[in-house]
Design a protein around this ligand. Structure first.
Ligand code: ADP
Ligand code: AMP
Length: 214
């Protein structure tokens, strides 16, 4: 099962992708997590990516595409994968389609988690991220058992720099301009599935399971 999660920043792509990965036994591949791990480890890629991420801009396509195309050919991806945060531009989508065609395959669904901008600002301000294991919480909608501490690995939870209000608006603008056209791209390819991301997390997941099957 090869899946793409589409949606605005903060729509709940990561939240649902983690659940999909656990239920269907496929890896969750988040380009945002890959960049944050590189930043944490001080790699060259991390240094390059951070300058864009801090401004709410997309990292250039050439730093993203090969990385994902390599990742999806690793052995744990044989049964499929759920891509979260990639593709984010038409050239990224075209690169993915071309790479998969070369491998004689294609994606099953691009699942669009639809949430209006008005809800996004609240979601992002309340998001807390674990820089240890990548888990995500929300102070109101999905709080950790102990404030500020990750349930899974015990590391400290932080408000991501790019979740601060001044950067969130920029990320939404970038989303509408560069990423939203992918909805049309995957509709034309006959791969688009829509879910209402304003529902609570369990209901959103139930809609996805309805689509993918038990
Ligand atoms: P994305 O990966 O699309 O950027 P996340 O999955 O990290 O988004 O979700 C953004 C924030 O909103 C997180 O704090 C998450 O806990 C919360 N969230 C996710 N889905 C829902 C939902 N259906 N209802 C309310 N809050 C949600
Ligand atoms: P995310 O964790 O998906 O919200 O991504 C955080 C940030 O990482 C984004 O705002 C971008 O700066 C960068 N990023 C993640 N994935 C991509 C991608 N596919 N293309 C370009 N930039 C990306």
């Amino acid at each position: 099962m090869k899946l793409i999660m589409l949606g605005a920043p903060g729509a709940g792509k990561g939240t649902q992708a983690k659940r999909i990965a656990a239920k269907y036994g496929i890896p969750h591949i988040s380009t945002g997590d890959i960049f944050r791990a590189n930043i944490k480890n001080g790699t060259e890629l991390g240094k390059k990516a951070q300058t864009y991420m801090d401004q709410g801009l997309l990292v250039p396509d050439e730093l993203v595409c090969d990385l994902v195309v390599d990742r999806i050919q690793q052995s744990d991806c044989e049964k499929g994968y759920v891509l979260d945060g990639f593709p984010r531009t038409i050239p990224q989508a075209e690169a993915l389609t071309a790479a998969l065609e070369k491998l004689g395959t294609g994606i099953d669904y691009a699942i669009n988690v639809e949430v209006p901008d008005a809800n996004i600002l609240n979601r992002m301000g309340g998001r807390r991220a674990c820089l240890g294991c990548g888990a995500t919480y929300h102070v109101e909608f999905n709080p950790p058992k102990q404030e500020g501490v990750c349930d899974t690995c015990g590391a400290e939870l932080v408000l991501r720099d790019d979740d601060k209000p001044e950067t969130v608006q920029k990320r939404l603008d970038v989303y509408h301009e560069q990423t939203q056209p992918l909805i049309d791209y995957y509709t034309k390819a006959g791969k688009l599935a829509e879910v209402d991301g304003t529902k609570d997390m369990d209901d959103v997941f139930a809609a996805i399971v309805d689509l993918l099957g038990e």
